[in-house]
Design a protein around this ligand. Sequence first.
Ligand SMILES: *[C@@H]1O[C@H](CO)[C@@H](O)[C@H](O)[C@H]1NC(C)=O
Ligand SMILES: *[C@@H]1O[C@H](CO)[C@@H](O)[C@H](O)[C@H]1NC(C)=O
Ligand SMILES: *[C@@H]1O[C@H](CO)[C@@H](O)[C@H](O)[C@H]1NC(C)=O
Length: 501
Amino acid sequence: MKGKTNNITFTILPSFFFSYLSLILSPLLFFSSPSIKGLYFTMEHPSSSSHLRNSCSDDLAHVTGEEQLETIVETAWDPLSYMFQNHGIYDMGVGGDEEWGMVEKKGIQFMIKDQPFYVNGFNTYWLMIFAVDQSTRGKVTEVFKQAATVGLTVCRTWAFNDGGWRALQKSPSVYDEDVFKALDFVVSEAKKYKIRLILSLTNNWEAYGGKAQYVKWGKAAGLNLTSDDDFFSHPTLKSYYKDHVKTVLSRVNTFTNATYKDDPTIFAWELINEARCDTDPTGDKLQAWIQEMALHVKSIDPKHLLEIGLEGFYGPSTPDRVQFNPNTYAQQVGTDFVRNHQVLGVDFASVHIYADSWISQSISDTHLQFIKSWMQAHIDDAEKTLGMPVIFAEFGVSVKDNGYNSSFRDALISTVYKSVLDSTRKGGSAGGSLLWQLFPDGTEYMDDGYAVVLSRSSSTSNLISLQSTRLMLFNSLCSWRTRWGCKKKNALEEFLYHDVL
Ligand SMILES: *[C@@H]1O[C@H](CO)[C@@H](O)[C@H](O)[C@H]1NC(C)=O
Ligand SMILES: *[C@@H]1O[C@H](CO)[C@@H](O)[C@H](O)[C@H]1NC(C)=O
Ligand SMILES: *[C@@H]1O[C@H](CO)[C@@H](O)[C@H](O)[C@H]1NC(C)=O
């Protein structure tokens, strides 16, 4: 979101949660307990017994190459006993440190060790800022704790604050150690709750500094700069940014002693939040910057994944795809979804989804239609053209929109989740989605209208939990052996789609 500054209280796991959790898990009991299973399907899904008897079939034929989905289901496997082990229910047997693997990319999927890693995640941009001050630091812990309770496994947040209040980087290469320690705290705390981080390294927008601040620094140093987009091309500004990247990636965490570039808690680096370069609609200027900076990141940190931070607009390189943009302006902002993501060093694609700010501030079904086609277009490109996973890294709806109500918000979230699931079940390129944005209670004054406070939205909370559970089960039931295959595929699909709420 462009403007980022809204609401939240939480009672740990409402008891109904446990009952619906066991309900949605019950399909799995089939593998160890046919009697219960039979009953379940008879009651809930009369047609599914015969469905289950069909062996592995056609749906997975879309999976490319010789790959074939294989669901490894072991009779001894007991999801509940794993899930209740640690911070609540979602710890899927992640034991000690040795299990905290680095996220990798294999083809169009994320992987941790041999398991797929499809993501249900969220954004909370201000974590570092809140961690600076002891009086607000607890909010960081709170949001991770609540997120873990509904099974969210990835958080995207800012690893920058350029100039200004509580700046991390006070001026080029000058850092506030207290703020850096706050970022250390965020990374350390995320790990405690088994949440991985996408860390963004600067902003296209003025919030928290961003490219405008780099330009101010350049002007203060006597450079002749005429536009904020000089950020992308002026050698001195590029060197400022590169130094910042190097400083963050090389940071040794004062809480854990882990160097950021070696820490599996970090899922990925993001070059810049919502890059745009309106002054060069051809896209060449931004393209060159991405090329240079992707190589720079990889030269320092070859282990972590990298994404750009784009909103996903189609540009000049794909005239046949611009029809999927929300408006005609979108193709003139200097970004180009396909071309930008073909840059060497970029590991996965990012897409944001804001039907309200892009199409109309008045809520309508058109928004949901747009979301479906916008997501499908990018999933197809990621699969067929880019050969990489795609993360829907921001999506949401504002309470300030005309016609807003909470059932619309739930419908919007469900639409996004379903598009992801439709891809997941085929082992497809939709790597996951990150809600914009999750807030703990008592942080209303930071809300831009998009904040979801779990304690105040039980229906939304349930939706999130269900998506988490579905993806988590997919992740834990599927495995790369010699190739993907799907032995109990139909059963898994019953689970992925059976609507229990
Ligand atoms: C600053 O740059 C602009 C555009 O590149 C140029 O037109 C102008 O003459 C320059 N000014 C100085 C003082 O060099
Ligand atoms: C980090 O390193 C210091 C100095 O070697 C050591 O005293 C401390 O116990 C270490 N902390 C952790 C969490 O490993
Ligand atoms: C919520 O908003 C949607 C879209 O404007 C509308 O169709 C629906 O009737 C509203 N629901 C309620 C309960 O007000």
